[in-house]
Design a protein around this ligand. Structure first.
Ligand SMILES: [Mn+2]
Length: 431
């Protein structure tokens, strides 16, 4: 058995015990987790891409399994009802030949319907209809139990950290190759294809759709196209590209200056990179992520002043709300089997923690704890629709801002484990 396989056994042991406790607290004899079903395009026979429900993946690591069910009961090995009908159109689902499968009772089935439950009180979790829940005589997605199971995903096991680290290592291979494609004059589509080829993962298995933004496209936060034509001028590339490894996600962003970048761009890029490194150094148990997010805005204000995009004091820039026009997203989020992992907006005691009114997009509002894996992704963009309300401000050097607009924006994102000894950056650092 490999070290990773040993860690996976410990992960499953701990999960079993934690589920036993959660089920007892919430008064159920067991929980049935539904992997889910891909949605079919209306009036068509084609299906959307698919990823299994997070709690199902937390046990199995298997994101492609559709119409499968996992029954977890105290004192019993979990039973995996694997949807694998005999089919000559498709290859029936198969589990890998790996030691973890021996920890489960595996029942291959022809039907996508839920299995019959033993007598007792059960909850069913996942994308199930009320008709299915009624048929099972089980409570669908009871909020208290869902929150308790979400909480089990907030602090990662050693196995999960190993998977996230490996996902990061492989994703960085893709980033290196993608940057070469950009330097060679590739279009967004060429860069995307170079990335996929380097990491050897099909697009639909990625944890999210890669963002490949050349020039102004880098300022569209979730830019969703891959332009097949390279632009005449090469100002910048923003690449937000991840990878999945055994169910676990990498979420890494790099920004590069192109050969046609204006001289103002590179120092700004260096400033955001340095800010990101300073914020990572501050990660520790007990630190409020909301406070770190605010520190990002202080750093951005100082950078905007230092780079003479705004002629004002740092305090005045913060007061004006301009940093939130230059960076409308949060500093980061929890990361795991889902790229935006669950449990970021509740306290450890289960109390909801809404984001501050000025930061509605912040996905992580709780205090940091050892074992959390967070993304750290400060950004600085020229987004015309957000800057427009500030047009009257004479302290903004609009001619400089407009020269940068063709570069879209900057985001630098790493994935970091919080430990009692400080940050452990899972993202390989290279020049
Ligand atoms: Mn992210």
């Amino acid at each position: 058995m490999t070290e990773l396989e040993r860690q996976q056994h410990d992960h499953l042991d701990a999960l079993m015990q934690a589920y036993d406790e959660a089920l007892a607290v919430h008064g159920v004899d067991g929980v049935l987790l539904f992997s889910g079903r891909p949605s079919r395009h209306f009036g068509d026979d084609q299906y959307a891409s698919f990823s299994a429900y997070g709690h199902f993946v937390h046990w199995t690591g298997q994101t492609p399994l559709t119409d499968s069910w996992l029954l977890v009961r105290p004192g019993e090995p979990p039973t995996l009802y694997l949807h694998a009908p005999a089919d000559f159109w498709h290859l029936p689902a198969r589990l890998p030949d790996a030691p973890w499968t021996a920890r489960f009772t595996i029942e291959p089935r022809d039907t996508p319907d839920p299995p019959a439950l033993p007598p007792g009180r059960f909850a069913v979790l996942g994308d199930v209809s009320s008709a299915v829940a009624r048929h099972l005589d089980a409570e669908a997605n009871p909020p208290g139990l869902v929150a308790a199971l979400d909480e089990l995903r907030v602090r990662k096991s050693a196995y999960e950290v190993s998977c996230l680290r490996e996902a990061n290592r492989r994703a960085m291979d893709g980033h290196r190759t993608a940057r070469e494609a950009f330097d060679d004059g590739g279009a967004e589509l060429d860069i995307q294809l170079a990335y996929l080829g380097a990491v050897r993962q099909r697009e639909s298995d990625m944890p999210y759709s890669n963002i490949v933004g050349i020039n102004a496209h880098g300022g569209v936060l979730h830019y969703q196209h891959y332009d097949p034509v390279a632009p005449a001028l090469k100002r910048s590339l923003l690449l937000d590209a991840g990878l999945r490894y055994r169910g676990y996600s990498a979420d890494i962003t790099r920004t590069w200056a192109g050969s046609d970048a204006v001289p103002e761009f590179q120092p700004l890029l260096a400033g955001v990179t340095a800010l990101q490194q300073r914020l990572i150094a501050d990660l520790a148990p007990g630190v409020s992520y909301v406070a770190l997010h605010q520190r990002m805005h202080e750093g951005l204000a100082a950078l905007l002043v230092e780079q003479r995009l705004i002629d004002a004091s740092t305090e005045a820039v913060l007061e004006s709300g301009l940093t939130r026009a230059f960076c409308p997203h949060g500093l980061g989020h929890l990361l795991g089997v889902q790229v935006h992992d669950v449990g970021g907006r509740v306290s450890a005691a289960g109390e909801p923690l809404a984001p501050p009114a000025d930061d509605p997009a912040l996905r992580l509002t709780r205090e940091l704890e050892a074992g959390m894996v967070v993304t750290m992704e400060p950004g600085l963009y020229v987004i015309p629709m957000l800057l427009e309300p500030h047009r009257h401000r004479p302290e903004v050097r609009w001619e400089r801002v407009e020269r940068l607009a063709e570069h879209g924006g900057i985001r630098i994102e790493d994935n970091v484990l919080v430990t009692a000894d400080g940050p452990d950056n899972l993202t390989p650092q290279e020049a």
